[in-house]
Design a binder for this molecule. Structure first.
Ligand code: FAD
Ligand code: NDP
Length: 624
């Protein structure tokens, strides 16, 4: 056969191999690099087809054709989905960056659409695009930038049904932790005013008047300064910020839509979904027209007046707490239990405390519709509800109020991301959250998710972990793993949390129910104490409502390790943070006992616990 005919025949042979096998390796049986890449592909569960050019008759001719086609003289010579990847190192790199998985998950039409037929997929606009400029997204993007990567972060806030919107920074800064804690502080100041008479400040109690608009103005001014700081911080770090809504068009490619409806497309080698969540509505008549959520409350431009809070978890109890603390009449509609997922003894103590200060709980209650009695700011609303009485009878009735605040949980902002375009399916059962693997990747290694929008954010014990510091740390660790040699993953154990109810509740690790369930009642010991914080001891109004603090440590008998920490007292947030270090280091009950307390504090009670629950001895602590 003339040489040109031989070359044409070999070109056909090579094309056939490449077309018939998604992952095609032209290899030599003795070559260590060929062995290395095959092992790497096997351990990544990537199926491949290899021919050993030194073992077949036309091996040298095929090699000549491969050199002609790819200008690569060595083996292994690798093609994935008909694209030339290169040798061992380039394929390992492609595996690491997720390009192998991307190619294998991409249909031919999508490849054409992306214009990658003749592309090595190296030419992206950005190394990293983060969708969502909240706690997790900002932390991840800034960390990635510290490795000198080209980073873009998108943030866009869809207005609430009544039109509330806000700036860069996500939930925590604008409609979460920050305004919530400031309003909690406003309510504590009111409480101190109640205490003040016994401390000799008679005028404070008398002058007690709270101005809603003044509080909102101070808080919103502060939030705007934070929004500005976040923007300038991104600019100074050279992170590109797009105030636009991101949606997937195809793998690695997003469509951005800005406020004016203008669109553009950008591509990223890695994409991180950090879109957070938004409050749910109960889907009853009048809910979105007359009801509000925490997304509206913190910037509400009128005094909410008498408020019904629907829901009984973190958000509901905290908002109810501070609204009461600043002097508004507050009712809480509880569907089943308080603080699902938390230690129920602690939850019930919080409920008792909140009732004792005048918050009205309506148990086993479900709202059914809202009627507007009077338009206005605030207007007058009637909330119809169904209540299951202790007898089992159902009572249908209503409660009038000025404001109805729904705090019935949150849904991840994933439904409009077009995730189905890249083969990710969402489930309403888990609030449309994204299921990720341990290292936050989704089913292709170039795509990750962090923060409130991911599904696995539950402690081993099912306690929710939709928390700012969790989103931040997860984002930072992810960026380090993607762009440096770090392999450190997020540790979801022993994450401390505090519920900022009128009496704060701090918790780390197991709740008592779960400790019993996991380890067995006989294998744990609970040490506890009930005490009156010194700062309350001389206050008559605290005495009248029998206000008390409580703390307990759950200890694994076999090891002596403290596996659950719970404190209900003033400043629990501050107390719990410090003990979280000890818990992380595996502190035992003996370590707590050997720690010298700081006197007189609430915190010191945790270093002197001697009464066990099983003894049945009195839990009340007297004096020092
Ligand atoms: P987010 O902070 O919600 O950020 C996501 C961002 O992405 C948002 O700005 C969103 O608008 C944007 N976005 C969504 N979709 C797109 C898209 N397609 N394109 C562009 N942008 C998009 N945690 C605590 O640790 N302590 C507390 O005291 C506390 N208090 C809270 C009080 C309340 C009332 C609430 C609601 C939450 C509270 N949290 C608290 C929880 C905390 O706020 C969240 O865990 C944290 O903000 C989650 O961060 P994230 O980055 O996952 O999402
Ligand atoms: P959750 O999902 O924790 O709780 C929802 C509450 O609403 C439950 O009490 C639930 O009752 C009730 N509920 C649900 N649907 C209805 C309905 N149709 N009618 C009446 N009641 C209903 O949501 P949250 O919004 O409170 O909190 C979301 C997350 O935000 C938390 O998990 C937390 O991680 C984070 N967060 C953290 C804070 C902090 O760190 N201090 C503060 C605030 C929020 P049931 O038990 O019957 O299901």
């Amino acid at each position: 056969m003339p040489p040109t005919k031989v070359a044409e025949a070999m070109a056909d042979v090579v094309e056939k191999y490449i077309n018939e096998h998604d992952v095609m390796i032209f290899s030599k049986s003795w070559c260590p690099y060929c062995k290395k890449i095959k092992e790497a592909l096997r351990s990544a569960n990537v199926e491949f087809y290899a021919i050993e050019l030194d073992k077949i008759d036309d091996g040298e001719l095929i090699l000549a054709e491969l050199i002609n086609k790819t200008e690569q003289e060595t083996v292994p010579n690798i093609f994935i989905k008909k694209q030339h990847i290169g040798g061992c190192d380039k394929t390992l790199e492609a595996l690491k960056q997720g390009r192998v998985a991307t190619l294998l998950n991409t249909t031919d039409t999508e490849m054409k659409h992306q214009g990658v037929d003749n592309d090595t997929l190296d030419s992206y606009d950005y190394d990293l695009i983060v969708i969502g400029g909240g706690s997790g997204g900002l932390a991840c993007s800034k960390e990635a930038r510290s490795f000198d990567k080209k980073v873009c972060v998108l943030d866009f806030v869809k207005p609430t049904p009544i039109g509330t919107t806000w700036g860069l920074g996500g939930t925590c800064v604008n409609v979460g932790c920050i305004p919530k804690k400031l309003m909690h502080q406003a309510s504590l100041i009111g409480e101190y005013a109640n205490d003040s008479n016994d401390y000799g400040w008679s005028q404070l109690e008398k002058a007690r008047q709270h101005d809603w608009s003044k509080m909102i103005q101070s808080i919103q001014t502060y939030i705007r300064s934070l929004n500005f700081k976040y923007r300038t911080d991104l600019r100074s770090k050279d992170v590109v910020y797009e105030n636009a809504y991101g949606q997937f068009v195809s793998p690695h490619r997003l469509k951005l839509t800005d406020k004016k409806g203008q669109t553009k497309e950008i591509t990223g080698k890695y994409i991180v979904v950090a879109v957070g969540g938004r409050p749910k509505y109960p889907n009853i008549e009048g809910d979105t027209k007359y009801g509000i959520t925490s997304d509206d409350l913190f910037s509400l431009n009128y005094d909410p007046g008498k408020t019904i809070v629907v829901g009984a978890s973190y958000v509901a109890l905290e908002c109810a707490g501070f609204l009461h603390g600043i002097g508004r009449e507050v009712h809480i509609f509880v569907r089943s239990i308080l603080l699902r997922g938390f230690d129920q003894q602690m939850a019930s103590k919080i409920g008792d405390y909140m009732s004792s200060i005048g918050i009205q709980f309506h148990h086993q209650t479900i709202p059914t519709r809202i009627e507007c009695l009077e338009e206005g700011k605030p207007g007058k609303l009637r909330l119809y509800y169904r209540q299951t009485l202790e007898s089992g009878d159902i009572k249908e009735t209503y409660e009038d109020c000025n404001t109805i605040l729904f705090a019935i949980g949150r849904e991840a902002c994933t439904q409009d991301l077009n995730l189905d375009q890249i083969g990710i399916h969402l489930n309403p059962i888990n609030g449309f959250k994204i299921k990720t693997k341990e290292e936050q990747s989704i089913h292709v290694p170039w795509l990750h998710a962090i923060g409130d929008c991911i599904d696995e954010q539950t402690m081993p014990l099912g306690k929710p972990l939709e928390l700012t510091p969790v989103a931040i740390q997860t984002g930072q660790l992810l960026a380090r793993r993607l762009f440096s040699t770090s392999s450190i993953k997020m540790d979801y154990y022993n994450i401390p949390t505090t519920v900022f109810t009128p009496i704060e509740y701090g918790a780390i690790g197991y709740c008592e129910e779960d400790a019993i369930l996991q380890l067995g009642q006989d294998n744990i010991e609970v040490f506890h104490s009930e005490f009156i914080p010194l700062e309350w001891a001389i206050c008559h109004h605290r005495e009248e409502i029998k206000a008390k603090s409580y703390c307990k440590l759950i200890v694994e008998k076999k090891t002596g390790r403290v596996i659950g920490f719970h404190v209900l007292s003033p400043n629990s947030g501050e107390i719990t943070q410090g003990y979280a270090v000890a818990m992380r280091l595996g502190a035992t009950k003996n370590d707590f006992d050997m720690t010298v307390g700081i006197h007189p504090t609430c915190s010191e009670n945790l270093t002197t616990l001697s009464v066990t629950k099983s003894s049945g001895d009195s839990v009340e602590k007297e004096g020092c």
